[in-house]
Design a protein around this ligand. Structure first.
Ligand SMILES: Cc1cc2nc3c(=O)[nH]c(=O)nc-3n(C[C@H](O)[C@H](O)[C@H](O)COP(=O)(O)OP(=O)(O)OC[C@H]3O[C@@H](n4cnc5c(N)ncnc54)[C@H](O)[C@@H]3O)c2cc1C
Length: 416
């Protein structure tokens, strides 16, 4: 089959941010690496707003200069608009920390993912798009089995087996390995759906020298919108709400989207002169965890590991970060000849704990009385940690002190 060998040190399934990062780092360390992506690259993907902490991984991957030259609008902060239409003061990242690394971008994911895919090839990985993994090679059906390779297929060709010491599942929401081993666990309290569309000609606020990701609640707080200004006057606008609320018995998705928009007067105003660019798109069942994330010869990264919620735009950063941490363990394992679950999964406990801080912030956001601006007015001492979390700084000693006051504050509001 097209340039594919029968054996590799590492096979990575999925050419999104997680898979391409893992492939670049493992290949750069000198190990034979195969990256396979079922779609033809570039391919569309939702998730345009990055977290600033991606900066350090871009630097390590050697793509920072490409990002800086990309022309993507700079994301300089985050803003919340509450259900009465009141806009919080923007949380400008550079007011908090005036380094270049405190800002990031709103990207076109097709281009961005393709850049990372090409970078993995530059670093020495064999990168094949249009190539689908049909299954992993394992002696049995449980997560205790060693995974020894993959069964893959290019276009209409016959499938072939390719063997590897390590198989990385970076298949995103497809969760190939978690499905195979029965490890996927839906987050029942985050059973959400999302609908989104791109517009041209919307309101554009460039205060602070760039654009902001804006999170806006609908009047009845049963849904919220994202507003993500992108290049070429495009803006990504999406609504998120409980799956049943958005999708059951309320007419077509376009009707539901229009109904929800009517409940968000600020956004209605911002879109008053805008034209929709294409059809509405829908996602559901996107919040889940995996009950086990590494085994002998295999490890999960990015959305294949789990996904919390889109509200804080953490998905791409966590995909990059999990892949970076997993790649370090894979490289160590290949060097010492130990690709056991213990070695490949060494990064997981810390990662899960620190990601748990964003999960808590997500839970706070969905609680009935979340008003971030008001909370920070009453507890200005937590502003710094909150902005750190919005930047993605949850892996450098962030302890989540904000929750010592935020959770009791939310409880008091609920009682009152
Ligand atoms: C509604 C919504 C809005 C979001 N908004 C944001 C946002 O603003 N900012 C943000 O950071 N994140 C956002 N996210 C999350 C973000 O999109 C993901 O977290 C991110 O794309 C995960 O990267 P990944 O590499 O793990 O997976 P993906 O980017 O999904 O890549 C997985 C790849 O694997 C390939 N694949 C799957 N199965 C196979 C197979 N069998 N063989 C070969 N290839 C395969 C797929 O084609 C895909 O290209 C959002 C998510 C949702 C649902």
């Amino acid at each position: 089959m097209n340039g594919i060998n029968s054996h590799y040190d590492c096979i990575i399934i999925g050419g999104g941010p997680a898979g391409t990062t893992a492939a670049a780092l493992v290949a750069e360390a000198g190990y034979s690496t195969l990256l396979v992506e079922r779609a033809k690259m570039p391919r569309y993907h939702i998730g345009e707003s990055l977290m600033p902490e991606t900066y350090w991984i871009f630097e390590r991957l050697g793509v920072l200069d490409q990002m800086q030259a990309s022309g993507y609008p700079k994301k300089v902060g985050v803003q919340f608009v509450n259900n009465t239409g009141k806009e919080s003061s923007p949380f400008f990242f550079r007011t908090h920390d005036d380094r270049e690394s405190s800002e990031t971008w709103h990207v076109d994911r097709a281009e961005f993912d393709k850049m990372l895919f090409d970078n993995a090839a530059v670093k020495g990985a064999t990168c094949c798009d249009n190539t689908r993994v049909l299954d992993v090679l394992a002696a049995g059906e449980t997560a205790n089995e060693r995974v020894t390779g993959v069964l893959l297929q290019q276009a209409e060709n016959a499938s072939i087996e390719v063997v590897a010491k390590v198989v990385v599942d970076a298949t995103g929401q497809q969760t190939l390995l978690a499905n195979r081993f029965g490890l996927r666990c839906e987050n029942s309290d985050l059973r959400k759906a999302a609908m989104w569309q791109y517009y041209r000609g919307a309101h554009r606020d460039t205060a602070g020298g760039g654009v902001k990701t804006v999170i806006m609640h609908a009047a009845d707080k049963r849904s919220w919108f994202w507003f993500i200004p992108m290049s070429d006057d495009l803006v990504s606008v999406g609504v998120v709400g409980d799956r049943d609320y958005l999708l059951k018995g309320r007419g077509t998705p376009a009707e539901v989207f229009a109904d929800e928009l009517k409940k968000c007067s600020t956004l209605e105003g911002w879109l008053a002169d805008a034209q929709p660019e294409d059809d509405l798109q829908i996602a559901r069942e996107f919040s889940y965890t995996t009950t086990r994330s590494a085994g002998d010869g295999w490890v999960l990264v990015g959305d294949a590991w789990g996904f919390i919620d889109p509200v804080y735009s953490s998905g791409v950063y966590f995909a990059l970060k999990s892949a970076e941490l997993a790649a370090e363990c894979i490289i160590d394992g290949l060097r010492i000849g130990d690709t056991s679950a213990a070695t490949l999964g060494r990064w997981l406990p810390d990662f899960g704990r620190q990601i748990g801080l964003i999960r808590k912030l997500v839970d706070a956001f969905y609680s009935d009385h979340f008003r971030v601006g008001k909370f920070i007015q009453e507890h200005p001492e937590h502003q710094s940690e909150l902005v750190d979390m919005l930047i993605g700084r949850v892996f450098n000693g962030c302890e989540g002190r904000i929750f010592e006051d935020l959770e009791p504050w939310l409880a008091t509001k609920a009682e009152g």
